[in-house]
Design a protein around this ligand. Structure first.
Ligand code: RB5
Length: 150
């Protein structure tokens, strides 16, 4: 699979570990940064990664920041991105089965590498269940398409 991976400084170490793990497994990993633990802003990296999902250059995105929360909030501002913060294998499985998430977010300061590997593997081996869940995704799309007055 083509997997784009991105982080801020808070997710940098775990990003590096996951990128190496997935590459060794034979996945095509596209690392769009950050490339050091120098402080940076997670919205920049959410955009870089999600652009590749929308262009179909990547099948899905793995996004990391300190908690996974900030970068997921930024990613979910992008139409057609469904980013799920995954903190264990159960949320990873349901992110695919129920939400058909095309991005998962992990906290570099929350999950250890061993658990992160299981989270990513679980997400990748799960399948979208469709049915009632597709109805809900269609409603999310209609929220995106509504003209919000702000
Ligand atoms: C950066 O210190 C930290 O705020 C960021 O990585 C992330 O956890 C935000 O949600």
């Amino acid at each position: 699979m083509n997997i784009v991976i991105a982080s801020d400084h808070g997710g940098y170490t775990l990003k590096t570990q996951l990128a190496e793990y997935l590459s060794k497994k034979g996945e095509n990993v596209i690392d769009v940064g950050t490339y050091s633990d120098v402080s940076c802003d997670y919205p920049d990296f959410a955009q870089k990664a999600c652009a590749l999902v929308l262009s179909k250059e990547a099948d899905f995105a793995i996004l990391l920041c300190g908690t996974g929360i900030g970068i997921s909030i930024a990613a979910n501002k992008i139409p057609k991105i469904r980013c799920a913060v995954c903190s264990n294998v159960e949320t990873a499985r349901l992110a695919k089965e129920h939400n058909n998430a095309n991005a998962i977010a992990l906290g570099g300061r929350i999950v250890k590498f061993n658990e992160a590997k299981e989270i990513v593997d679980t997400y990748m081996s799960a399948s979208f269940a469709g049915g009632r869940h597709q109805v809900r995704l269609d409603k999310i799309l209609s929220i995106e398409e509504r003209q919000w007055k702000i």
